[in-house]
Write a new protein. Sequence first.
Length: 109
Amino acid sequence: MALTWNRTVDWDADAWRNEAACRNAEPDLFFPIGSTGLAVDQIDAAKRVCDACEASSACLDFALATNQESGVWGGTSEDERRKLRKAWLAARRRNLAEQREREMQAESA
Ligand code: SF4
């Protein structure tokens, strides 16, 4: 059986990476090792860059959609994103179910 890829998210919608405030930042800043000690200052510094980033919302959407587990994305830490992803997945499932329902109603009308 062949594996298939169900790509339901447009990862590069609006080319958000072009607006990324971190394009010229030190990549290590956004990928601290751990979440305690010196990493706390690193995470805070990365989040300050994100605060001024015009692509923050799209970046976070991308990170949630593609389950980016490491690093700072869209102004969120790994722990914060883990919690957000549960809510994001639930909302996504709800939206897909509602969309399916509307399509079925349109077909039966
Ligand atoms: S929100 Fe942060 S991690 Fe995402 S593109 Fe902007 S600066 Fe980079």
